[in-house]
Ligand binder design. Sequence first.
Ligand SMILES: NC(=O)c1ccc[n+]([C@@H]2O[C@H](COP(=O)([O-])OP(=O)(O)OC[C@H]3O[C@@H](n4cnc5c(N)ncnc54)[C@H](O)[C@@H]3O)[C@@H](O)[C@H]2O)c1
Length: 375
Amino acid sequence: MWIWAIRRSLEGKIPYVSAISSRMDSRNIRKINYFSPFIVIVTSLKPTSLLITGCAGFIGSNLCRKLLDSGYTVIGLDNFDPYYAPSIKKRNLQPLLAHPGFIFHETDVTDESSLEQLPLGNLPELVVHLAAKVGVRSSFEHPDSYHHTNLTGTRRVVEWMMRRGISKLVFASSSSVYGDTKNLPFMEDDPLSVPISPYAASKAACEAYNRSMHLEKGLDVINLRFFTVYGPAQRPDLAIHRFLSAMKHGEEIALYGDGHSTRDYTYVEDVVAGIESAIRLLQETKGVCQSINLGSGRPVALNEMIALLGEISGYDPVIRHEDSQQGDLENTFASLEKAGRWLGYQPTTPFREGIQKFVEWFEANPLWEPTETGS
Ligand SMILES: NC(=O)c1ccc[n+]([C@@H]2O[C@H](COP(=O)([O-])OP(=O)(O)OC[C@H]3O[C@@H](n4cnc5c(N)ncnc54)[C@H](O)[C@@H]3O)[C@@H](O)[C@H]2O)c1
C-alpha cells in the first residue's frame, strides 16, 4: 500500500508530493513532484547509493545485506586486512557480490590515490566508515598500524568525501572510548575518561577529528559507539566465538579476571537497525554532529555468558583462570536514552535468543576457525 507524504523541496522551495511505499524505504524509490495540480513529473527512479568501508567484515557484511534488502545501492570497499583470515571476509562477501545492487572495490582506505581512482558513476550520498584495525590487545603490539589505519584512514576517507562534495558520514566508534570509567551506564554527553588502549585512543581521536570537520567543513556526522557486537559472522577473535570454538574442540577457555566483569553484548541485527536509522537521520537533517551509543543496555557477566553458551550448545566449558589483561574494561553498560531520542533505537533481541542464533550459525559454518588474538 502507498502512503502519500507532502514535503517542500529544499533547493527550489517547490512544494511536492512524494510517493512512499510502505514496503520500501522512503529514500530508495520513486519521488514524484507535483509542480502544479495537473502536471506530474517523475524526478528520480534511481535508488540511493551508499558507500560502506569495511564491507567484508562482520558488521559490514551484515549491514550491506540489510541495506540491499532495503533497496539501497551499495558500493563496498575492503582490503581484506589479515588481522583475521581474509578467506572468512571473502566468504562474507560472496552473497553480496551476487546482488545486482552491490559493487565491490578491493581498496585500502589509507591509500589516497586508490580512493581517488575509484570508478564511481553514481556518487554515493553518504558514507558508513567501518574499516578499521580492530582488537584491543593487538593494538598494544602494533600501535603504528592502528594509528595509520584508524586515524589516517578516517582522515583519507573524509578528505575524499570533501573533494567529492559528500558531506554525510556514519562512523564506527566504540564503547572503548569511555575508558575505564566507573560511571554507569555510559552516557554520551559525560566527559570521556582516558582511553586505555591504542585502539580506544584511535577511536576517540577519530571522533574528535570528525567533530573538527563538522565545525570547519560542514561534515554532518554520527559517531556510533558499538558495544561488543555478536551474532552470525562474528569475528573469530571475539570472546563469544572464541569460547564456543574452544568448547566444541574440548580446549580450555582462557578466562581473564574472575568472570564478574560485564559486557553490554549487542546483537548484530540490532546494531544494523541502529546504523540504518542513523543513515536516515543524516539524509533528512542538516547540521548534525552527534556521538550515540548502540548497545543492548543489559550488561551480562562473563561467567553468565559462558554458562549460557554451554547450556545452549551442549558443550562443556573447561575454564583456565588468567589475570586480567591490559586494555580490558571492567564493565561496559550503554545508556540507550540518547539512541532512543535521536534514532528511535530499541534493541529487540534478548541475549538468550541472540546466543541461540549465533550457536546455530556457528554449527552451520564449521570451517570458520577462530584465532587466539583479540579481546
Ligand atoms: N565488533 C564489535 O564488537 C565492535 C565494537 C566496537 C566497535 N567496532 C567497530 O566496528 C567496525 C567494524 O568492526 P567488525 O567487528 O565488523 O570488524 P571486522 O574486522 O570484521 O571488519 C572490519 C573490516 O575493515 C577492513 N579493513 C581494515 N583495514 C582496512 C583498510 N585499510 N582499508 C579497507 N578496509 C579495511 C577489514 O578487512 C575488515 O573486513 C570497526 O571500525 C570496529 O572498530 C566493532
